[in-house]
Design a protein around this ligand. Structure first.
Ligand code: IMP
Length: 436
């Protein structure tokens, strides 16, 4: 039995869905613990491509229990839409295996309206959010005026809370942002069928996890976004509104940190970012375009082109420190084939000094100059590699360099979108000697 946390080691979109999918057969349950439908996990399996946003990637495997933890912000209509799409693919989405925490905060139309209105009003200073209402929903949670999934079971309470909260939201929407007024009764009426549909799925996720544990089962904690989009530790304010570091797997799912065994950091062999914010190793010229096109670096949720750049070992080391990463899964190594040289940023120059960590001042990360190490590239197509020895020497050297620079083993390497296009260097789903 093991409890493994999967986190994005960069700014999201590292390919976590594929790695979760790859590890899921050895697990009994997969649980999401933060974020919402701003996440987009693409998994290619059996000739099909599945796009998941809220439902844990374990859903693609029969009999795995899939849980949406309390730390997730859940748009109920979006969730129903995703269930419909996956049912149409023949997947089992029964409440026997798909469960939602009663403590999840709900994203409602006013959250989305506020997110979009705020971004539109900021012109040059946009965060570049996904516009899905994530920030405003977490704001309400912190302000203690949020609507939770359990409120769908008590319509009198739901009506009171929505009516009250809309007084404030409508003032903001109409007076400040020039948007339409939202009618509480219309919203409540829209929620009735959704509430009826979701009712059988609502549960105590903490209790469910404890039951899996007592049966000796293994649990995968599926992070969304990446450590550098973390509300505390990321490149604030260009971050998401949840805690994306491994420690939040415990709070966001309802399990004690002492029960967790292992953290796997997912890192692309290069770096991408969507939305605004500092990106020290960004490549704005031909090489960036090559990576963007070859890696099909377009956001699953928003369809935005992702900004691309070289691998940044400074931010990876920060992730290792923040999250206690035991292993890395290095994804999209195949995308770097065909380049004459590949670079890794090993340090930054910041205000005339060499540093090996991201500066904390708000504009600090945007001011740094990356210090690069250049390695020979490789021309071979890696997509058929299944063992480390199948990789050309230059690619193996690149992987070895990542291990040296981060002091963490690269245990899995992904060389294509499909499930089987994975090099497993050692079996990962086992407890590390010490707890996280
Ligand atoms: P929000 O999470 O929609 O509020 O967006 C805040 C920032 O996080 C923006 O820069 C988004 O592009 C980024 N972001 C949110 N979710 C993801 C994700 O799943 N992958 C990559 N970036 C994301």
């Amino acid at each position: 039995m093991s409890k493994i946390v999967i986190i994005g080691a960069q700014w999201g979109d590292e390919g976590k869905g594929k790695i979760v999918d790859r590890l899921a057969p050895d697990m009994d349950a997969v649980v999401r613990f933060q974020g919402g439908h701003n996440a987009g996990h693409t998994v290619s399996a059996g000739g099909r491509t599945y796009k998941l946003k809220l439902i844990p990637s374990g859903i693609l495997h029969k009999n795995k229990i899939c849980l949406v933890g309390n730390g997730v912000v859940l748009d109920p209509r979006e969730f129903c839409g995703e269930m419909d799409a996956l049912s149409a693919e023949g997947l089992d989405l029964s409440p026997r295996r798909l469960k939602i925490s009663r403590k999840c905060h709900l994203i409602l139309p006013y959250h989305q309206a506020l997110d979009q209105a705020r971004e539109a009003s900021k012109a040059g200073a946009r965060i570049g959010t996904t516009g899905r209402g994530i920030g405003p929903c977490y704001e309400d949670k912190a302000a203690r005026v949020g609507i939770r999934a359990c409120d769908l079971e008590d319509f009198d309470l739901l009506r009171r809370k929505i009516t009250e909260t809309l007084k404030e939201k409508n003032t903001l929407l109409t007076s400040l942002y020039g948007q339409k007024n939202l009618d509480p009764e219309t919203l409540i009426a829209e929620l009735k069928p959704v509430a009826a549909r979701l009712a059988p799925y609502l549960t105590d996720v903490s209790e469910e996890l404890s039951a899996v544990e007592s049966r000796g089962g293994s649990i995968l904690f599926e992070g969304a976004q990446g450590a550098h989009l973390d509300i505390d530790h990321g490149t604030y304010p260009y971050v998401t509104s949840s805690s994306t570091v491994a420690g939040n797997a415990a709070a966001g799912a309802g399990i004690a940190p002492s029960r967790l065994h292992r953290v796997i950091g997912i890192a692309k062999a290069y770096t991408t970012r969507v939305g605004s914010g500092a990106f020290p190793t960004e490549l704005t010229g031909e090489t960036g375009k090559y990576i963007q096109e070859k890696g099909a670096e377009v956001g699953t949720v928003t369809g935005r082109k992702r900004r691309c750049g070289w691998l940044d070992a400074v931010i990876l080391r920060e992730t290792v420190r923040l999250c206690g990463v035991n292993d890395f899964a290095l994804t999209k190594l195949d995308v770097l084939s065909g380049l004459p040289e590949v670079k890794i940023c090993t340090e930054y120059v910041y205000r005339g000094r060499r540093i090996n960590y991201p500066p904390q001042a708000e504009n600090g990360p945007a001011e740094v100059e990356p210090v690069y190490e250049s390695l020979p590239g490789w021309q071979e197509d890696l997509s058929a590699a299944r063992a480390f020895s199948d990789l050309p020497e230059a690619a193996r050297n690149f992987v070895a360099r990542v291990e040296t620079l981060t002091d963490v083993p690269v245990s899995m390497i992904s060389v294509g979108a499909n499930r089987e296009q994975t090099v497993m260097r050692r079996s990962v789903p086992h407890p590390a000697p010490s707890a996280v």
